[in-house]
Design a protein. Structure first.
Length: 482
């Protein structure tokens, strides 16, 4: 199987299997504590085309966001400011890659643990990946660093609502009683993820070939300027000014994004940002028209209410334009670089949307629910069985919120006596699917970005997954029986 096409082949095979089994196995649906047999619902050839169309349309805003990120990095990689930033950061990473890996994954993981959208941090992926590649790391380590925080954060979800919003709502789950155990799970996950990454880094062959050509946004080193005259001195000053401006803008953007995707009201009962946004949107009027909110747009919302990824793309475009101006990038060059950047990341954007074909096949032809109902059995609570069911269900439903929407009412009635821990188990099953499943849109996007075969990822991650599974089972046993 060719490396560059294995994700598409995997999804096409899964698509074909789902379509074929829809002709053999009856479909069903879950309600409040019951399962309903819906009979046969068979997928035809034209239906498969509709499924592909629906999948792409379902996540079109995310796809646009990914393309925007790619376009902006297509511009940034051409600027001296960005090249200097990548070089300086990679030199720091090179001194102790293991420490750098740990800092990045823990910080990103801690944020993802309390957020409503872990893909908001995707705009950092090209930078992190480039830094680790430039520091001499292999592409598996580099992509594990870039996406590791997302994986760790969802395993150790604390106050966040990513993937469990509808599970909490439809199963009426209050995770507050288990917050201490969820923090423990986060810490255990972070430690194990970094431990196996460090072991992989230590086992790397120092003579491995340079993989910088595999970085689609590779930032070359900046030519050093030797000051000999006034003109060169001025050029050096301009370059330093552009670099400082770029750093300041990057920090401001990161802070805004970090604040914007935390559910301040529901998670922490903080209404500060709602009040600030209200004053901002209603203040400074010109001819009775609020200037700032009209200029920026009234649909962007207060921090804590951002529900899609386009605002991050909007911020990144603004930052990129300013950085380009300070680096004297012409308009024609900007458009050309942006287009090339979009092209470089287009496969990632396509795979991200294409992965949702399984969701639409299952929602339209729900034969997997019949199999899952058989696994539920008489509905008695068994944490191992429930963890397995959650994993399988997440493979087929793909969208973790859709999984909560579909199974939440059933879980809320069937496991009412163990509801909080059942919800935790369901989230953890979804987290394992996010890291391991061939239908995980985040995993497939990561592997497509770095051109890593799915099998190679399993070879890298299986020891972490097995060890974490054992640790989580022990923690869950303590939660249930102690």
């Amino acid at each position: 199987m060719k490396k560059k096409s294995d994700k598409i082949v995997i999804l096409l095979v899964i698509m074909a299997v789902c379509a074929i089994l829809s002709w053999i196995v009856k479909g069903g649906s879950f309600d409040a504590g019951s399962f309903t047999d819906l009979g046969m619902s068979r997928a035809g050839l034209y239906d498969l085309l509709l499924v592909v169309s629906s999948a792409i349309y379902y996540k079109y805003t995310d796809i646009i966001y990914i393309l925007i990120v790619g376009g902006c990095y297509g511009v940034l990689m051409r600027t001296d400011s960005y090249k200097m930033l990548v070089t300086k950061t990679s030199n720091l990473v090179k001194r102790n890659a293991s420490v750098a890996f740990g800092i990045i994954t823990v910080l990103m993981g801690a944020y993802c643990s309390i957020t409503s959208e872990i893909m908001a941090l995707f705009f950092l992926v090209p930078f992190i990946y480039s830094v680790f590649i430039k520091a001499g790391m292999d592409k598996v380590t580099s992509i594990a660093a870039a996406f590791g925080g997302m994986f760790v954060g969802f395993f150790g979800l604390t106050f966040g609502t990513f993937g469990v919003k509808y599970l909490n709502e439809y199963a009426n789950i209050d995770f507050g009683n288990l917050i201490a155990f969820r923090v423990v799970i986060f810490l255990v996950t972070a430690v194990l993820y970094n431990l196996f990454a460090i072991l992989h880094i230590k086992n790397m062959d120092e003579e491995d070939e340079d993989e910088s050509d595999l970085d689609i946004y590779y930032a070359e080193d900046v030519d050093q300027i030797k000051v000999k005259n006034y003109k060169q001195k001025k050029e050096l000053k301009n370059r330093k000014t552009a670099f400082v401006v770029s750093i300041v803008l990057a920090v401001i953007m990161i802070i805004i994004v970090l604040l914007a995707y935390i559910n301040w009201n529901s998670s922490f009962n903080v209404s500060l940002f709602d009040n600030v946004y209200k004053k901002f949107s209603e203040g400074f009027k010109i001819a009775d028209v609020p200037f700032f909110s009209t200029l920026i747009g009234s649909n962007i919302g207060a921090f804590g209410t951002w529900s899609d990824l386009l605002p991050v793309g909007f911020l990144l475009v603004i930052v990129t334009v300013i950085v380009a101006l300070f680096n004297k990038v012409s308009l024609n060059a900007f458009v050309r670089y942006f287009g090339n950047g979009c092209k470089k990341i287009s496969k990632v954007a396509f795979i991200y949307g294409f992965a949702f074909i399984v969701l639409f096949l299952v929602s339209s032809y729900p034969w997997p629910f019949t199999m899952i109902n058989a696994l539920f059995g008489d509905g008695s609570f068994n944490l191992l069985t429930l963890l397995l069911i959650a994993f399988i269900a997440s493979i087929f439903t793909v969208d973790l919120n859709f999984s909560g929407y579909t199974f939440g009412p059933y879980l809320g009635i069937t496991f009412v006596e163990n509801l909080t821990v059942a919800g935790l188990i369901w989230q953890l099953g979804g987290a394992f699917a996010l890291v391991l499943a061939p239908t995980s849109y985040i995993l497939l996007s990561a592997l497509t970005y770095a051109d890593i075969p799915y099998v190679d990822w399993l070879k890298y991650i299986w020891k972490f997954a097995v060890t974490l599974l054992i640790a989580i089972i022990i923690i869950l046993l303590i939660v249930v029986y102690v």
